[in-house]
Design a protein around this ligand. Structure first.
Ligand SMILES: Cc1cc2nc3c(=O)[nH]c(=O)nc-3n(C[C@H](O)[C@H](O)[C@H](O)COP(=O)(O)OP(=O)(O)OC[C@H]3O[C@@H](n4cnc5c(N)ncnc54)[C@H](O)[C@@H]3O)c2cc1C
Length: 427
């Protein structure tokens, strides 16, 4: 008996409908290319709905200030067009000692215009947290807060309204070959394929290079009711965040600060507790992360990690928080090898491999991956479009910049050519 399968054509196929995959679809459309996104689930369920909703541009070092501005502008424009919630709330990182203040002052010198110091009295005016024992704070300016539960769906809806974008939900890609993706009954012919499978998946439909250089973490997150129904506009963090973010870790005084904190707060370091608190539009707070390395993905969360995270958040907020939800997520980090495309700050946050001609696998491996996903997506697509030194297109693939008509206008009257349904070869 013969079964039929559908074949469709597009310029670019994106595997994975999380925020990174959607960013690549958006970047491809920015070049006038038609896109098909294949997503395994009926909606994004991976890292793209489990994150803290904190787009922490001010954590980038001063040398990457242009990148930060570009990342922020891309996000702002897309969020506005998607009608998604966002707030340019900034970030307040509190200091309780002079060595913390010294690193923060170095951060302000490093990125003038995107960060400033606050006195305890200024902190009290901005956020309702207790100021007893506070030495001051770093105020990162222009950071955005988004709603992690709804932002990916809003962007997917926006993209799906474009006639040159097609999103196939519940469609796991099984095999990726140069120019061809097989997903159940669907055969997708695409000149370029970008695979953004996230950290949760172990079966990637293409052999990867450099997988051995990625380390996994199990991350705990919480949704809590704020003490006393208070409102906190800026995202809140402690100096543990200074140690977590590469953009602060290289500053003068950061090494000494790390050594002191590791000595005094061994338990927090062991459980990877570095709370960042962001408020959801409805008032509840997202608190996270605490993260511990793991070699084999585990479904079990260590309750101590969650408790330490909660205790750190309550100490910062100055009151008890009622836990409404806990969840686990997988995170990746890169050991040695760096990704390609974009600047150093961008490559610190992404692992990019080219396992086959015209195929790129892009994975988030840094704490600013979400903030920088549109910059990385633009870099991936530009690299796939770039002509090789001999004048042919990258990898010999005929991907050409099709940008002729503004976005939102129907660029390709026949963006997807549905080829005739052909019977599958007998098994
Ligand atoms: C707990 C946590 C908190 C975070 N907080 C922040 C933060 O506050 N700020 C920040 O900048 N970054 C943050 N990050 C990082 C950020 O959330 C991630 O980098 C980002 O969401 C990754 O998006 P993604 O699209 O790569 O992955 P995902 O969202 O996991 O998407 C991958 C998608 O690919 C699909 N898929 C996989 N295999 C296939 C297949 N074969 N066929 C079809 N589809 C497939 C999956 O179903 C999934 O939907 C956080 C990460 C974690 C884990």
């Amino acid at each position: 008996m013969h079964s039929t399968y559908r074949t469709i054509e597009a310029d670019v196929c994106v595997v994975g409908g999380g925020l990174l995959g959607l960013a690549h679809a958006h970047a491809a459309r920015g070049r006038g290319l038609s896109v098909v996104v294949l997503e395994r689930d009926s909606r994004p369920l991976g890292g793209s709905i489990r994150h803290g909703g904190h787009l922490f541009f001010s954590a980038l070092p001063g040398e990457a200030s242009q990148l930060a501005a570009q990342a922020r502008a891309s996000w702002s424009e897309l969020l506005a067009r998607a009608g998604a919630f966002s707030d340019d709330c900034g970030t307040v990182i509190v200091a309780r000692s002079d060595d913390e203040l010294a690193v923060m002052a170095a951060a302000v010198r490093d990125r003038p215009g995107s960060a400033r110091m606050l006195s305890p009295a200024q902190v009290a005016k901005l956020v309702p947290i207790p100021t007893r024992g506070l030495a001051g704070a770093l105020h990162g300016l222009g950071d955005l807060r988004v709603d992690p539960r709804t932002v990916a769906a809003a962007i997917a809806r926006l993209l799906a309204r474009d006639p040159a974008v097609r999103i196939e939900w519940r469609t796991p890609a099984q095999i990726v070959e140069p120019g061809l993706v097989l997903a159940g009954e669907l055969r997708l012919r695409a000149r370029a394929v970008v695979v953004c499978p996230g950290a949760e998946t172990r079966e990637i439909p293409v052999a990867l290079g450099g997988e051995g250089t990625l380390r996994r973490q199990r991350v705990h997150m919480l949704r809590v009711a704020p003490p006393g129904h208070r409102r906190y506009r800026p995202a809140l963090a402690t100096s543990l965040t200074l140690l977590e973010q590469p953009g602060f870790a290289g500053l003068p005084g950061a090494e000494a600060l790390r050594a002191r904190i590791e000595l005094e707060h061994e338990q927090l370091i062991e459980h990877g507790v570095a709370p960042v608190i962001t408020q959801l539009p409805g008032g509840e707070l997202i608190v996270g992360p605490s993260s511990v390395p793991e070699t084999v993905p585990s479904p079990f969360g260590n309750e101590r990690s969650g408790q330490r995270l909660l205790a750190a958040a309550q100490a910062l907020l100055g009151g008890p928080c009622d836990v409404r939800e806990r969840w686990l997520a997988a995170g990746l980090s890169a050991a040695a090898e760096r990704g390609s495309g974009g600047s150093r700050a961008s490559s610190d946050n992404f692992h990019v491999s080219a396992p086959l001609p015209g195929v790129r696998v892009v994975r988030a491996v840094g704490p600013l991956a979400l903030a920088l996903c549109h910059v990385q997506a633009a870099a991936t697509i530009a690299e796939l479009l770039a002509p090789a030194p001999d004048g042919s297109s990258a990898d010999g693939f005929a991907l050409r910049d099709q940008r002729r008509v503004p976005l939102g206008v129907r660029a390709h009257p026949q963006a997807f050519r549905a080829l005739r349904a052909r019977p599958a070869p007998p098994a």
